[in-house]
Design a protein around this ligand. Structure first.
Ligand SMILES: Cc1cc2nc3c(=O)[nH]c(=O)nc-3n(C[C@H](O)[C@H](O)[C@H](O)COP(=O)(O)OP(=O)(O)OC[C@H]3O[C@@H](n4cnc5c(N)ncnc54)[C@H](O)[C@@H]3O)c2cc1C
Length: 392
């Protein structure tokens, strides 16, 4: 294999995985990150089985599981009546994957792990505080500039997130839309599993306002919960973040009054967008730079990691058709990630009583039928999309 000179832009979870995968293949890799430190805002944690398979191949799986929480099941609840509707069990995927569960590990832990491994490799460099501001390319190479200097490479993998500078510099359209509501994440020590009897990943439907509950380990490994809510469309950010409305939201998720203290609040804009192109010449878009979606179902980052892995393999294959990256990955994101996350959101927020009941009946039917249960999980875990990628 010919050694390539590869620049990876952005040391989020996708960029660090892309850089590590390329470096382990023997390429000369430079990872450029705009910030001085890794972003540790509460975003992704749910890591699906095919992603765990990739982390295993990168030698990260033991540490990843050690600093996270293994979660075998997820549940759907009806929030107003505090009733369990259906439970899905990843154990049904045994035989399809060595990891029949998800691991809840915060995404900044993955970025830190990747950077630490890269720093130990002689063919990799990690440069923090290097914000890419210009890019040019020709038949021979691609050049990017930061305010500290110029970098020349055979290929650029742009993993610089949803607001990707590289995507904008290449003038690639980010097709799709932004939802009018925002998502609020309340981090709390309140133990929802002990209090409600729910599991570590619980989706609560409510026509007025849904809630999704996730347990993560936290940096101290003592455990904490993230309760995610939609805001009202006409609600201002100030209103959503006000102590009184946060406590009211916790109350609606059945938290008793004396336990409504919280650790952090985060408010996110939510989009469904896919870049019109994933490749332009020597530059590839990967992760959130290529697509963003609402986080219900825990798919966006997982899909980005699958792309990073796929691309590292393609760039290492002598004579590979590099256009295959866009041909394969763009439809996979649209058909497996965009479609599922929009459907997941609809299911939680449905207001029309008969349709709401149909959703509940369908979930119960799928959970009760072994074949349908497994088929649902094959799709929800992205194992189905991973299989499809292998065939293409
Ligand atoms: C509340 C919430 C919950 C989520 N939960 C899940 C989940 O459970 N599972 C899941 O799969 N997904 C989830 N997601 C989505 C997930 O967080 C994103 O898909 C993920 O962050 C994408 O990673 P990334 O590395 O592509 O981009 P980012 O994490 O955005 O990283 C981009 C990096 O690029 C750097 N950068 C930006 N511009 C430049 C520049 N010009 N030069 C150099 N560096 C630059 C940034 O500083 C940053 O470090 C969730 C999202 C939210 C908001």
């Amino acid at each position: 294999m010919r050694q390539r000179n590869i620049l990876v832009i952005g040391a989020g979870p996708v960029g660090t995985v892309a850089a590590l995968a390329c470096a382990r293949k023997g390429h000369a890799v430079t990872l450029l990150e705009a910030q001085q430190r890794v972003d540790d805002m509460p975003r992704a944690s749910t890591t699906q089985p095919p992603t765990l398979e990739i982390l295993a191949q990168l030698g990260l799986i033991d540490e990843y599981i050690r600093v996270g929480l293994v979660s075998r099941t997820f549940q759907f609840w009806d929030r107003p009546t505090r009733r369990l509707i259906a439970e899905f069990d990843f154990e049904r995927l045994r035989g399809e994957t060595p990891y029949p569960y998800v691991v809840q590990t915060e995404q900044h832990k993955l970025a830190h792990m990747g950077i630490e491994r890269l720093r130990a490799l002689p063919n990799a460099k990690v440069l923090m505080g290097e914000a890419v501001s210009t890019l040019s390319q020709d038949d021979a190479c691609v050049k990017v500039k930061t305010d500290k200097g110029e970098f020349v490479a055979d290929y650029v993998i742009a993993c610089d997130g949803g607001r990707s500078t590289v995507r904008k510099l290449l003038d690639i359209e980010f097709e799709g839309y932004t939802w009018p509501e925002r998502f609020l994440v309340i981090t709390t020590r309140f133990d929802f599993a002990a209090a409600l009897g729910c599991c570590l990943r619980t989706y609560m439907a409510d026509p007025e306002e849904w809630t999704n509950l996730f347990k993560v380990a936290g940096d101290d490994l003592k455990g904490r919960w993230r309760a995610v809510y939609n805001t009202r469309e006409d609600e201002t950010d100030e209103e959503a973040l006000a102590d009184k409305s946060v406590r009211a939201r916790l109350a609606r998720a059945h938290v008793p009054e004396r336990e409504r203290d919280y650790l952090h609040l985060n408010l996110y804009h939510v989009h469904q967008r896919v870049a019109k192109r994933f490749r332009q010449g020597r530059v590839f878009l990967c992760g959130d730079a290529a697509h963003i979606n609402n986080p219900i179902g825990g798919l966006g980052l997982n899909c980005g990691i699958h792309e990073a892995w796929d691309l590292a393999n393609l760039l290492s294959e002598e004579g590979a058709d590099l256009d295959l990256y866009e041909r394969r990955r763009r439809p996979l994101n649209i058909e497996h990630v965009q479609e599922q996350t929009v459907a997941n959101k609809k299911r939680l927020e449905e207001r029309e009583p008969a349709q709401r009941q149909r959703y509940f009946d369908e979930l119960r039917r799928m959970a009760d039928d072994p074949k349908e249960h497994k088929a649902f999980l094959m799709r929800a875990s992205l194992l189905e999309s991973t299989r499809r990628a292998l065939r293409e």
